[in-house]
Structure formats: structure tokens, C-alpha cells
Design a protein around this ligand. Structure first.
Ligand code: SF4
Length: 83
């Protein structure tokens, strides 16, 4: 299954991802003012979300628009499709 990953450790909270993929990213204003990958599971600094193929496009746009390259979209085979 394709995945989106977000490295919170690298995020600067610029908010670009929330414009590209508003249903997937939000800025966590209550906590660290960094992006949060909605519905994800967290492992250390990394947030991980399984997605369907039809969800890939907006997340690839978000990944490409991230100035810190801390969002990645991975295909079924683990190949990076967007960062
Ligand atoms: S675009 Fe990147 S650096 Fe900016 S808030 Fe989103 S994940 Fe963080």
C-alpha cells in the first residue's frame, strides 16, 4: 500500500503542505506549531499514513512543495514517488 511519511524533526511549520493537501496536513497550533499528518501513526519523529492510489497526487504535490523535503510519498514497492 502506498504511504505518506512526514519527518516532524525537519518540519519548520511553514504551512505549505496544508495548502496543497488540506485534508492530510494541519499545523499543530496547540503543541509545536509544526505540521501534523492527519490520521497517521507516529514512530519517533516520523508520522506515517497508508493511502490509496487516488490519494497520491495531492500528497506528491505537498511533498514537492515542502521546502525542507520532510514529506515523502512511497509506492507499494517502497520507491519514492515524491519528496
Ligand atoms: S511544507 Fe514541509 S516544512 Fe512546511 S509545514 Fe509542511 S511539512 Fe513542514
Amino acid at each position: 500500500m502506498p504511504k505518506v511519511t512526514h519527518d516532524k524533526g525537519e518540519c519548520i511549520g511553514c504551512g505549505s503542505c496544508t495548502l496543497y493537501a488540506e485534508h492530510y496536513f494541519e499545523i499543530d497550533k496547540e503543541d509545536d506549531a509544526k505540521a501534523h499528518l492527519i490520521r497517521s501513526t507516529q514512530k519517533g519523529n516520523m508520522e506515517i499514513l497508508d493511502i490509496e492510489d487516488f490519494e497520491m497526487e495531492v500528497n506528491i504535490d505537498a511533498a514537492r512543495g515542502c521546502p525542507m523535503s520532510c514529506i515523502k510519498v512511497l509506492g507499494d514497492d517502497g520507491r519514492i514517488l515524491g519528496e
